[in-house]
Design a binder for this molecule. Structure first.
Ligand SMILES: C[S@@+](CC[C@H](N)C(=O)[O-])C[C@H]1O[C@@H](n2cnc3c(N)ncnc32)[C@H](O)[C@@H]1O
Length: 289
């Protein structure tokens, strides 16, 4: 914790960026660890002779930045956190860094259910850091949720994130393969969400080095064609969803039409592709009969 002259800080910032890396990652580091938001940064030149309050000293911030440049490790893992919607979530290399495009899932749910106040049971398959389930549990406090994952270490991170983000107790965490932990909820789920691993095996090889080297493979690869997990989730969904229950899936940028066909083939209705903010058919949704 310290006060530093704004001139000195800006000089230091320029020096760090001259070493490499992108502005977005550097701004993230300043925000997450230094406590200086993008909004604060934009105003600094208005008060160039003034002082700035930092949560950590420049040497500490510099050591993280150099680690990032040297190892290619995502800045979020090095800072141990990510901003997602209005949450600050812990992330470790056991969980996928939740992506900004996934934030839209919460809006899709809100568009379907609005502010309806009735009680509802939802599940998320493959929760990772817990981002989607935690956001839903907070936004809809009278709903009950179950967040599952195959990886016990990921669930530990998700549980910590829930405890630090909310004082509610409407979200449970269970470990197991896709629907397996939900045996006792057969025919009872009103809503199921999943952002499963969907990268085709060959496409995985072409992902950026930082993703392949640091993010968990189990969170990314969806078999030969990328659809292995999505197929299994859709085929078993009718056993677990309540009549007219919703299934919301995130998919690879080019899979939406195939996912839509799979849903229709498995007797889903109201099937729709929802675009992300870049106009990519990133989500496919439907209700069981
Ligand atoms: C793409 S990540 C999504 C994580 C998080 N929901 C998000 O949107 O950021 C997929 C998640 O599915 C989990 N997963 C992979 N295979 C699974 C399986 N067979 N059963 C349950 N979860 C699985 C992974 O551990 C990972 O956390």
């Amino acid at each position: 914790m310290l006060w530093i002259g704004i001139k000195e800080f800006l000089f230091w910032k320029k020096k760090q960026l001259s070493k490499g890396g992108d502005h977005q990652s550097f701004d993230f580091l300043l925000d997450c660890i230094g406590g200086i938001s993008k909004g604060d940064l934009d105003c600094l030149t208005l008060n160039i002779e003034g002082k700035l309050y930092l949560k950590k000293n420049l040497e500490y911030l510099e050591s993280i930045w150099e680690d990032h440049l040297l190892t290619d490790a995502p800045i979020q893992y090095l800072c141990g956190a990510v901003f997602w919607r209005d949450l600050k979530l812990k992330v470790t290399d056991k969980v996928l860094i939740p992506r900004p495009e996934t934030e839209l899932v919460v809006d899709i749910v809100f568009n379907i259910f609005g502010k309806k106040s009735q009680k509802l049971l939802f599940a998320e398959l493959g929760t990772g850091s817990g981002a989607i389930s935690i956001a839903l549990a907070i936004k809809f406090p009278i709903w009950d949720g179950i967040a599952t994952d195959i990886d016990q270490d990921a669930l530990k991170v998700a549980t910590k994130n829930y405890i630090s983000s909310s004082e509610q107790s409407n979200l449970k965490f269970c470990c197991g393969h896709w629907w397996t932990p939900l045996e006792s909820f057969k025919g009872k789920l009103d809503l199921v969400i999943s952002n499963p691993p969907y990268i085709p095996k060959d496409a995985y090889e072409n992902l950026p080095k930082a993703v392949k080297k640091f993010e968990p493979k189990v969170a990314l690869i969806g078999g030969e064609d990328g659809l292995e997990h999505i197929r299994e989730i859709i085929q078993k969904a009718p056993l677990y969803l309540r009549k007219k229950g919703w299934l919301i899936l995130e998919n690879h940028f080019d899979q939406a039409e195939e996912v839509k066909e799979l849903l229709i083939k498995n007797k889903f209705t109201s099937v729709e592709i929802v675009n992300d903010l870049s106009g990519v058919g990133r989500f496919t949704i439907g209700r069981y009969k």
